[in-house]
Design a protein around this ligand. Sequence first.
Ligand SMILES: Nc1ncnc2c1ncn2[C@@H]1O[C@H](COP(=O)(O)OP(=O)(O)OP(=O)(O)O)[C@@H](O)[C@H]1O
Length: 251
Amino acid sequence: MEPIIEIENFSAYYGDKVAVKNVTMKIFKNQITAIIGPSGCGKTTLLRSINRMNDHIPGFRVEGKIYFKGQDIYDPKLDVTEYRKKVGMVFQKPTPFPMSIYDNVAFGPRIHGTKSKHVLDRIVEESLKKAALWDEVKSELNKPGTKLSGGQQQRLCIARALAVEPEVILLDEPTSALDPIATQRIEKLLEELSENYTIVIVTHNIGQAIRIADYIAFMYRGELVEYGPTREIVERPKSKLTEEYLTGKIG
Ligand SMILES: Nc1ncnc2c1ncn2[C@@H]1O[C@H](COP(=O)(O)OP(=O)(O)OP(=O)(O)O)[C@@H](O)[C@H]1O
């Protein structure tokens, strides 16, 4: 299995407070990796660190390394905007921009210099198709993105992330604000997307991790307690803590 992201002895701090402690793990290409664990255990901090998303928080600092395809992503010379084209992010709350469906999806490609209407039309259509939203919105691309249902908005955010042709998509609790049917659609979509993309998802929902993830990383109090193929983690957890978390004894 080919790693696309390698996290090595990585720690993250907010001031004096350590949020992620000495995590080492490889994220494999075209797999779905779920990061699970109780509230406050550092899942979001780890995920956002993979996208340099916490850089602007005063007092935030990191130790150790994260490599994307061998490149140190905390190298001061890294072009963060270019990097985020390759490693996109979808957030917990659907966050369409206050503009049309079309413009939401065309936003990234335009920023990166695509001007041709013809090319943008194609990118918008393809991205919405990949995000399983095209059929629902193709006749109303000028409608504001914010007028869609919650689940549609989240698929729009996924389409927006896909429009810049990323290799990795990071998702932070993408279904926690959605109803069960919308959740199911997103889960199915993520499984389809993992054929062509690497997916890393933070989720509170153990069932969701078991349903869709190829690999599960269980974090507890900032540490990576256990990491491996989903079946192994579920059927033969090595750590008592993992077992207790999966069976609802700690949460
Ligand atoms: N901006 C911040 N400033 C200071 N401390 C923070 C900040 N964000 C998170 N923390 C702290 O870092 C620790 C890890 O938080 P993080 O959000 O990464 O955990 P989590 O596992 O994603 O939690 P949840 O599941 O509740 O979202 C927590 O103790 C939290 O209070």
